[in-house]
Design a protein around this ligand. Structure first.
Ligand SMILES: Cc1cc2nc3c(=O)[nH]c(=O)nc-3n(C[C@H](O)[C@H](O)[C@H](O)COP(=O)(O)OP(=O)(O)OC[C@H]3O[C@@H](n4cnc5c(N)ncnc54)[C@H](O)[C@@H]3O)c2cc1C
Length: 382
């Protein structure tokens, strides 16, 4: 593949080496090209590379191109997040598939506005009478009614919890989910709907549902009130972020959490196809006006907004756009990054972070494991 040379603005001397892989006759080849890419043209060049079907493996500042990869900043390697692993008693597997809790549906409504694509519902279950409790960032399992094609009971599916530990009604006895109905066309062109997501989106209040869990420690919020939290969500990946933001900014929640008064910066990047697909928008708008110093909200609406190259605006384009600020925050050992949504979002985010890191003179392939080790890089994709 030929990588088109990027333009160079006179006066901006920064250069980056972009390492690109491309498939040729089924074989993935690595090619190394050195290009003059200015700060302002880096993202456009990356878009061109992406459009050509190639994959960006690494971007290194020119000064380091001929040396070993840059090392991450001291802030990342040497200073772990304060109390990073101090998550207290996190409940896990209180209910197992052989003996699930029977929750009662309290509410089930669409989160989408007119003109949205697909179907996404907010569903709340009553947990009273049992011992199912959880903390923000965990998931629960749902076992749909009925049997699979082999006549066996359906297996459980996991869903990220969208409510705080206090539940939407703050009484501590409910759990809420944000569920997208899976739909796709199979090879024969037939419309297929997912078993459990359809079961949940169709379920009526009053119905009993088999619930397992909770599970998961990957997406837990740090207990520090002055942590910074960068959230990268696509679609229903907003579920854990909604829980975090309620914990931080919802007035009723604050009354329930005297030991937690969020004082850091929370920055939500949200990717959806169309404006009517934005989820929990009214709540987030309220948090923005109530906490302008603490909450920032950046949207990527792929079918309505254009990226600098004229293509669709995806969440990774927003990450590239705000690279400097993101990496200034990441330098701070109190900053955590959370990513949640469809697995397909990972390569794009990785590419954007590679470019963003390079702009601040760092190598993402070294930095990411360091952040992970410091318990500051949290990913849950499905
Ligand atoms: C930790 C975790 C958290 C999750 N959180 C959420 C959440 O908050 N909200 C949410 O909505 N989902 C979430 N999920 C996904 C959820 O668990 C289910 O996978 C999803 O709802 C689909 O289940 P289903 O029973 O409806 O689909 P199924 O009937 O099980 O069908 C899924 C199968 O369909 C096939 N398939 C899917 N898409 C296509 C396609 N385009 N072309 C061909 N075949 C295809 C694949 O074989 C796939 O395995 C999460 C998953 C995990 C692991």
């Amino acid at each position: 593949m030929r990588v088109p040379p990027a333009s160079c603005t006179p006066g901006d001397s920064r250069m980056f080496t972009i390492e690109v892989s491309h498939a040729s006759g089924g074989i993935v080849r690595r090619s190394l090209k050195q290009m003059l890419v200015t700060y302002s043209s880096l993202s456009a060049t990356l878009q061109l590379i992406r459009n050509s079907g190639a994959r960006v493996l690494r971007i290194t500042p020119h000064q380091q191109a001929n040396n070993s990869p840059s090392t991450p900043s001291a802030a990342v390697t040497e200073t772990p997040s304060p109390k990073a692993k101090d998550h207290g008693q996190v409940p896990v597997n209180l209910y197992k598939p052989k003996d699930p809790f029977l929750g009662t549906v309290l509410d089930n409504y669409s989160l989408l506005a007119d003109g949205a694509i697909g179907r996404v519902n907010h569903i709340t279950f009553d947990l009273s009478g049992g011992n199912l409790h959880y903390v923000e960032g965990q998931s629960i399992g749902i076992i749909p009614d009925g049997e699979d094609a082999n006549g066996k009971p359906h297996k459980l599916r996991l869903y990220s919890i969208a409510s705080t530990r206090h539940g939407d009604n703050l009484e501590g006895s409910t759990v809420s989910l944000c569920v997208r109905q899976l739909e796709y066309k199979n090879e024969a062109g037939e419309q297929i709907y997912g078993v459990c997501s359809s079961f949940l989106c169709d379920i009526e209040p009053g119905a009993k549902v088999k619930i397992t869990g909770p599970v998961g420690k990957e997406m837990l919020l740090p207990p520090d009130e002055d942590a910074n939290v960068i959230m990268l969500a696509t679609g229903t990946g907003i579920a854990p972020m909604r829980a975090y933001l309620r914990r931080m900014f919802e007035p009723g929640e604050q009354g329930k959490n005297p030991e937690y008064k969020f004082k850091g910066k929370a920055w939500l990047f949200m990717g959806v196809p169309k404006t009517p697909n934005l989820l929990y928008e009214d709540d987030f708008s309220r948090y923005l006006s109530d906490y302008p110093e603490n909450f920032r909200y950046t949207k990527a609406i792929s079918r309505e907004q254009e990226n600098p190259s004229g293509g669709r605006m995806y969440i990774q384009d927003r990450v590239t756009e705000h690279a400097d600020e993101i990496f200034a925050l990441i330098e701070d050992p109190k900053t955590h990054v959370y990513m949640c949504g469809l697995r397909g979002m990972e390569p794009g985010i990785d590419e954007a972070m590679t470019a963003a890191a390079a702009k601040s003179g760092q190598d993402w392939s070294t930095l990411r494991p360091a952040l992970k080790k410091a318990d500051r890089w949290h990913v849950e994709t499905y």
